[in-house]
Write a protein of this length. Structure first.
Length: 129
């Protein structure tokens, strides 16, 4: 599968809350960096807890761009709309063995930079810096 299709499928499975398919997207040693909230997470922190929350039937993602960077990373620009948030997410993916080994995400707008309460309660995340 080419990288554009892989990353588009990743976002489609995020919308569908398809946890099994999302776990298949990540390398066993993957790390996710959420720079707006200064968090460093393992995939389970997002997949099991964020996607395990109440479904949002209005949640939509449109993949606007997928570009390969000179350093081998891929960047996606995605537009998100839900009941509680509308904005763009710029994501930098590093792939290893056709799976995500590292993911850096930047949200816009993210006016408050507040960590969601469910992740604060989980307390398994680390600060990036």
């Amino acid at each position: 599968m080419d990288s554009t299709t892989f990353l588009t499928n990743y976002w489609e499975n995020t919308v569908k809350r398809n946890r099994a398919a999302l776990y298949e997207c990540f390398h066993a040693d993957a790390t996710i960096y959420l720079h707006d909230t200064n968090e460093k997470l393992e995939p389970a922190g997002i997949i099991d807890y964020d996607l395990g929350s109440e479904p949002d039937d209005e949640y939509r993602v449109a993949v606007d761009r997928v570009d390969k960077l000179e350093n081998g990373q891929f960047v996606t620009i995605t537009f998100h709309r839900s009941k509680s948030w509308v904005g763009f997410i710029t994501s930098f993916f590093t792939l290893k063995d056709e799976k995500i080994i590292e993911l850096h995400e930047y949200y816009s707008p993210c006016d408050d930079f507040i960590i969601p309460q469910w992740r604060t309660d989980l307390a398994e995340h680390e600060k990036i810096t």
